[in-house]
Design a protein around this ligand. Sequence first.
Ligand code: FAD
Length: 396
Amino acid sequence: MSQSCDVIVIGAGAAGLMCAASAGYRGRSVLVLDNAKKAGRKILISGGGRCNFTNNDLSTSAFICSNPHFVKSALSRYTAWNFIDLVERHGVAYHEREHGQLFCDDSAKDIVDMLHTECDWAGVKIQLRTEILSIEKADDGRYHLQTSQGALNCESLVVATGGLSMPKLGATPYGYKVAEQFGLKVNATKAGLVPFTLQQHDKDKYADLSGVSLPVRISTESGVSFKEALLFTHRGLSGPSVLQVSSYWNPGEAVSINLLPDTEITETLAAMTESSPNQALKTALARVLPKRLVEIFYADELLPECTLKQLQHKDLNDISTLLHNWQVKPNGTEGYRTAEVTLGGVDTNELSSKTMEAKKAPGLYFIGEVMDVSGWLGGYNFQWAWSSGWSCGQFV
Ligand code: FAD
């Protein structure tokens, strides 16, 4: 005997729970299925446990998608302000950090609890520890699912299974398989918002800098750049600036790092030369950069052993190029193991930007990270989950 409902949502993550509540409030009978033991596991660990749930400065340019116009409709139907209003109505305390990022004051659990409450109020049923064994579309247009907990059928099937990042949290390629089963194109995926790894000899060279952070501007060869902190790690480079550019970086490319994005080193050295002409260049540079990094540049013979007053015009040019345009060639990224998002996914040209319904498979919908939409660091990925989930919930 197959259990019937109007809507089945596969995936009890950010997008799935939002969509379920949105549809439930419209009077639809909604069942959310997830193979995990807990709903919203990624939300719980997000933003260092405080969930950067949206961004005050939501711009469509902060989204990466093969069709850049695709995100506009959902983001304008359900905006950051709609989500902030929801958070406030549930009494979740939050604060703003730099770049308009909004975080919970206490815990990301507040957001998961809020979504559970919304689902309860909307009459949504959530069934965890459920494996989907097969999906078929019957002649009557309904979707029939065989699951580890029995047979189910629905009029609208929403796939909200997320991307591939953090497999230890239960990420699976299941959503892509469903898309392919119904003839939809899935664009190649890769890890995004992810630390860079370095060649072994570079790793050894910068090992002592592990834990050191400094403000920089990093640019990719294609000219995309971000000004944020860089963090040296024992595997390579991380920090917000690296995570941001990683989504635009291609294997084999170098990145250019401006180690002093707020000053011009030649001007700084000119001022220092006036006040302390006999100071060693090395000592002077260690006042504006991490000392260990300066020592590494000296060990690599990239800087001259001289005093400030001995600096020649050519020396100043070389120093400026090195410090404002330091070239680093990552040998890869840490991959899905630590990535915050998956780039690529279900091709948005296959979907309606208003409803998220598959053009080739009426009644089948894709929302959240499983789609070929990713955002910058800063709450954009959750906002996409809320916006795509809520918009879809209005039509299923
Ligand atoms: P998910 O939240 O991943 O949910 C997918 C759900 O589908 C999961 O519950 C999973 O168990 C279920 N599922 C998967 N496969 C199956 C299957 N075969 N059968 C049944 N169920 C299945 N974004 C931000 O905007 N701000 C942040 O602060 C932030 N921090 C992050 C920190 C980390 C460490 C990570 C990894 C990501 C972070 N992100 C952040 C990104 C954000 O978590 C995701 O973009 C967002 O969770 C995507 O929502 P989703 O609902 O599409 O997918």
